[in-house]
Design a protein around this ligand. Structure first.
Ligand code: NAD
Ligand code: MG
Ligand code: MG
Length: 339
């Protein structure tokens, strides 16, 4: 697998373009601000009327336009609204308005890969998908780094889509840590798999079950919180820095032995079988259909599950404990007043 870095791209290509970032959420704020800091002078944020994000974008010195105006103005439209709204936003504000031969871009392949958006023939269509939460796309860039990016070209009408995509990926910081060229299909399937089984789905269930096991056995919730949630970050920092052996070097031999003998009892071969089932449902489109149906039905189950999680004792005790650790709240990655 070949990796690409800043030296492999012409970072200047994107600087001459008018770039409209649709949405100012997790990815949107990071793309807009990183592009601006990378020297892209013509960046605007495209928002619907009355959007709560307007004030946030303007307070960072970014220009805000309506969705339709921005689609007409832009050389590059980067769609960073929620996946479930992208098809209707494309139909209503983008499809008829983008100028001939301009570029339509995404940070996730779902809408293109599963044919929820059938893009206009004359457009270039590419993807720059940072492999990290938007708030880290911003904070890592500000530290002088960047999160790795996947890059893919779906349609190259101009013959220049790939160069521009590489340039864009560098401007959001991807060229500092590595850009992998892939396809919309592979990005989409691996991304959904990762977030469902390991990163978000798997990790959250592991944490909750660990917390419940300790509290049901009578240990104080504060202790259980530190043990099963707070410390996840401290452990992951070590893995992130130097791999699993780096973490094992830092923990005690007792912890390492326990890792080898008990870890496999928790995540066993049956877990992998179920991971394979999840992957199959992603590849077949079953998951995406289920999610889009959920959205058509007003996201009732989705919102109920979000509410249930918010009521979990681990979230309650966590808030109390974090309030007593003020340094965690300083320079927060997520500051809802700003991003
Ligand atoms: P988000 O939910 O954080 O933000 C979406 C933004 O879109 C909102 O803040 C708002 O400004 C705007 N918006 C909401 N409703 C709208 C509407 N009806 N019309 C117009 N604009 C509206 O979204 P996100 O998580 O940043 O995801 C954006 C894209 O980036 C998705 O394709 C997602 O798969 C992809 N992505 C996200 C992450 C991540 O870290 N969140 C990582 C990689 C890729
Ligand atoms: Mg979000
Ligand atoms: Mg994702």
């Amino acid at each position: 697998m070949k990796m690409f870095y800043e030296k492999d791209a012409n970072v200047n290509l994107i600087k001459d373009k008018k770039v409209a970032i649709f949405g100012y959420g997790s990815q949107g704020h990071a793309h807009a601000l990183n592009l601006k800091d990378s020297g892209v002078e013509n960046v605007v944020v495209a928002l619907r009327d009355g959007s709560a994000s307007k004030k946030k974008a303007e307070s960072e010195g970014l220009k805000v336009m309506s969705l339709s105006d921005a689609a007409e103005w832009a050389d590059v439209v980067m769609v960073l609204t929620p996946d479930e709204l992208q098809a209707s936003i494309y139909k209503n504000h983008i499809e008829q308005r983008m100028r001939q031969g301009t570029s339509l871009a995404f940070a996730h392949g779902l809408n293109i890969h599963f044919n929820l958006i059938n893009s206009r023939k004359d457009l270039d269509v590419f993807m720059v998908a940072p492999k990290g939460p938007g708030h880290l796309v911003r904070s890592e860039y500000q530290k002088g780094g960047g999160v790795p990016c996947l890059m893919a070209v779906h349609k190259d009408s101009s013959g220049k889509a790939r160069d521009l995509a590489m340039s864009y990926a560098c401007a959001v910081g991807g060229g500092r840590s590595g850009i992998i060229e892939t396809t919309f299909k592979d990005e989409c399937e691996t991304d959904l798999f990762g977030e469902q089984t390991v990163l978000c789905g798997g990790l959250v269930e592991l944490i909750k079950n660990g917390f419940e096991t300790l509290t049901e056995a009578g240990y104080p919730p504060e202790m259980a919180y530190f043990e099963t949630l707070h410390e996840v970050k401290l452990i992951v920092d070590l893995i992130y820095e130097g791999g699993i052996a780096n973490m094992n070097y830092s923990i005690s031999n007792t912890a390492e032995y326990g890792e080898y003998v008990s870890g496999k009892k928790i995540v066993d071969p049956k877990t992998k079988e179920r991971m394979k089932e999840v992957l199959k449902d992603i590849q077949s489109g079953k998951f995406t259909k289920q999610w889009m149906d959920e959205c058509k039905g007003g996201q009732k189950n989705f919102l109920r599950m979000r509410e249930e999680l918010a009521k979990h004792p681990i979230e309650k005790v966590g808030k109390k404990l974090r309030d007593l650790m003020p340094w965690i709240g300083k320079n927060k990655l997520v500051d809802k007043a700003k991003n």
